[in-house]
Design a protein around this ligand. Structure first.
Ligand SMILES: [Zn+2]
Length: 128
C-alpha cells in the first residue's frame, strides 16, 4: 500500500463531541461529492480503478493499493477544490506507478501543472 502525504504519527486524541459531529457531517458530504468527482477525473484522463472508499484517518489525504482501490480522506471536503482534485489525480497516477519516481511525477504534472507547488500548499492544511 502506498500512502501519500504521510505525516508524523501523533498520539490519537479523542475527538470532542463537536469534532465528532463535524467528522460525520464531512463524511456525508464526502460520500456524496468525492466518488463522482473521482470517476469524472478518471474518465477524463483514461484511468480505471477498482473501488473507492471514504476514510477518516489522520495520516494521509488518500491512498491507492496495488489492487486499484482508492481511499479518500473525508478531510478532503475541507480543502479548496483545486487541492481536492490534486489529491485525487495523485492517487489516480498511482494506478500506473505505485511509487513517487520521476515517471510518476511527469505523469501527474501532465494532468496537474505545477503539482509540486500544490503539494506545498496542501501541507498548510491539517487533518482533523
Ligand atoms: Zn503518493
Amino acid at each position: 500500500m502506498i500512502f501519500v502525504f504521510r505525516r508524523r504519527r501523533r498520539k490519537k486524541k479523542a475527538l470532542t463531541a463537536e469534532q465528532a459531529a463535524e467528522v460525520e457531517r464531512l463524511r456525508a458530504e464526502a460520500k456524496a461529492a468525492l466518488p463522482p468527482r473521482l470517476a469524472q477525473l478518471a474518465a477524463l484522463h483514461g484511468f480505471t480503478y477498482n473501488k473507492v472508499r471514504i476514510k477518516h484517518n489522520s495520516s494521509n489525504w488518500g491512498s491507492c493499493s496495488e489492487l486499484g482501490n482508492i481511499n479518500l480522506n473525508l478531510n478532503l471536503m475541507r480543502l479548496p477544490e483545486h487541492l481536492r482534485d490534486f489529491v485525487m489525480l495523485h492517487e489516480l497516477c498511482h494506478l500506473r506507478y505505485l511509487n513517487h519516481g520521476p515517471e510518476f511525477h511527469a505523469l501527474l504534472e501532465s494532468f496537474c501543472p505545477g503539482h509540486r507547488a500544490l503539494a506545498r500548499e496542501l501541507k498548510t492544511y491539517r487533518l482533523l
